[in-house]
Design a protein around this ligand. Structure first.
Ligand code: HEC
Length: 166
């Protein structure tokens, strides 16, 4: 199993355990693609076209903004339809974690899978929170997801510092 410890708790506590690159860390894909998977999307396209637009919807639906012109504004969904919409996006995050872990896309079978699984777990948290319309838990799930994005980037591509549209 993994030689580094990277639990959700350690992610939330400032990534200390997750920022140590494993000896094999490299953004070059090393696992062999299995027959039956369509891996047309390279990592950049996956991030820009699949993962980030989905994550942005969740982040843009949690918390509040206090703008000098428009004042204080809650970002959480206010209707059942909106909560259902963010729950759909959260489900897509669960599956995006799986897509990252596919043989041929996974960069290694160690930390990469830990981060991919953690992404799915954050998506599952957001799904549950959306199902019961729990704002606080929904916010925490978004924070969790952000930590996972950051931790994986820190390990595999430390130059990425900004990855949300905000
Ligand atoms: C399992 C690891 C992993 C996770 C989790 C991950 N990323 Fe990435 N991400 C990468 C790697 C590796 C790259 C660099 C790809 C490249 O340059 O080839 C990258 C690059 C990016 C980029 C830059 C793409 C470009 O055009 O240079 C964005 C934006 C991005 N990720 C968004 C996200 C968001 C948002 C999340 C979380 C919701 C996330 N990533 C989670 C591994 C990950």
């Amino acid at each position: 199993m993994s030689s580094i410890r990277c639990t959700l708790a350690s992610l939330a506590l400032g990534l200390a355990a997750c920022s140590e690159p494993p000896a094999t860390a490299t953004a070059t894909t090393t696992t062999t693609p299995a027959a039956g998977y369509n891996l047309t999307l390279g990592m950049k396209d996956f991030m820009n076209l699949v993962l980030e637009p989905t994550a942005d919807v969740l982040w843009d639906s949690a918390g509040w903004v206090n703008d000098i012109e428009t004042g204080y504004q809650e970002l959480y969904p206010t209707t059942d339809a909106d909560w259902d919409m963010v729950r759909q996006r959260a489900a897509q995050i669960v599956e995006a974690g799986n897509a990252l872990a596919l043989p041929g896309r996974a960069v290694d079978s160690d930390a990469w899978l830990t981060y991919s699984n953690a992404l799915s777990a954050a998506g599952a948290m957001a799904m549950e929170a959306a199902a019961v319309r729990n704002q606080e838990d929904f916010f925490q799930a978004g924070a969790q997801m952000y930590s996972v994005c950051s931790a994986c980037h820190q390990t595999y591509n430390p130059e990425i510092s900004r990855f949300t549209s905000n």
